[in-house]
Design a protein around this ligand. Structure first.
Ligand code: 5RP
Ligand code: ZN
Ligand code: CA
Length: 221
C-alpha cells in the first residue's frame, strides 16, 4: 500500500493520509503542491472541508526564511505554550506564515490559492537546488495559504501530517512541498471517520494510508 501511495503522490494524484488512532484521528486529502490546480483546490474545500495548508521541508523553510509562527508571535500573550495541543501535548503546531502570491487578487479563490501553492513549491525546489531566492519578492503575508514547517528531523522528531506528508514526498523523490486538507463529516462537523474516509478513497479510486505505514517505511529506508 505504501508503494502505491508513493506512486500516486508522484503522479500528482490525491492520497488520503490518516494520522494515528491516538493522535488527531483525522484523514487529510494530500497532494504534491507542484501539481495543484484550481480543480484540486475545489475538491479539497468541497469534499474535505478543513483548512487547506501547504507543508514544506524544514531545510527549504530555513533557506526561504519561513519561521514557526509561534517564534514570531512569542511576544503575544496568546502565543501557544508547551502542552497546548491537546492531541499531541509534547509537540507544537507546525504553522509557519500564511501567504499569498503577489499576483493573486483576494488570495482565496481556487485560482489564487492554486497559484500560491504551485509558486511555493517552485521556491521550495529552487531553494533546495541552491538557487538564489527572495521569497518576499514573490509572496506577501498575511495571506490565505497557511504554510506548515515540518520538524527538522521529520518523523524522527514529530509525527503530524506535516511530517508524514513531507517524509512521503522525500521517499517518493519529489519536491517536498505537499498540500493537505482535513476531511470533515458534513453531517456532524466532526472529523470524517476512518471508515468513511476509506469509503471516499474507494469511491474515487484513491489510496488510503495511515501514519503507521509511513513510519514503518521511514524507519526501514
Ligand atoms: C492544519 C493542521 C492539520 O492538522 C494538518 O494535518 C497539519 O498538522 P499536523 O502536522 O499537526 O497533523 O493543523 O490544518
Ligand atoms: Zn512568483
Ligand atoms: Ca493533522
Amino acid at each position: 500500500m505504501i508503494e502505491e501511495a508513493l506512486r500516486a503522490l508522484a503522479n500528482g494524484e490525491f492520497i488520503l493520509l490518516y494520522d494515528f488512532d491516538d493522535r488527531e484521528g483525522e484523514t487529510d486529502l494530500t497532494i504534491r503542491a507542484d501539481a495543484v490546480t484550481p480543480a484540486h483546490v475545489r475538491q479539497m474545500r468541497k469534499d474535505a472541508g478543513g483548512l487547506i495548508c501547504t507543508a514544506v521541508h524544514p531545510e527549504a523553510a530555513e533557506r526561504l526564511g519561513l519561521p514557526f509562527a509561534r517564534d514570531i508571535l512569542s511576544t503575544s500573550s496568546l502565543v501557544e505554550q508547551d502542552g497546548d495541543i491537546p492531541y499531541d501535548p509534547k509537540n507544537h503546531s507546525s504553522f509557519s506564515l500564511w501567504v499569498n502570491h503577489r499576483e493573486t487578487f483576494t488570495g482565496i479563490t481556487d485560482r489564487d490559492r492554486s497559484l500560491t501553492i504551485t509558486a511555493v513549491a517552485e521556491q521550495v525546489q529552487r531553494s533546495l537546488n541552491g538557487g538564489g531566492h527572495n521569497f518576499g519578492a514573490h509572496f506577501r503575508t498575511p495571506g490565505h495559504m497557511p504554510l506548515l514547517r515540518a520538524a527538522k528531523r521529520l518523523l524522527d522528531e514529530r509525527c503530524g501530517q506535516t511530517e508524514l506528508s513531507v517524509a512521503l514526498a522525500d521517499l517518493a523523490g519529489i519536491t517536498p512541498a505537499v498540500t493537505v486538507c482535513e476531511m470533515l463529516d458534513d453531517e456532524t462537523g466532526l472529523a470524517l471517520s476512518k471508515e468513511d474516509a476509506r469509503a471516499y478513497a474507494r469511491k474515487h479510486g484513491l489510496v488510503f494510508i495511515e501514519g503507521k505505514d509511513v513510519v514503518e517505511k521511514w524507519s526501514s529506508r
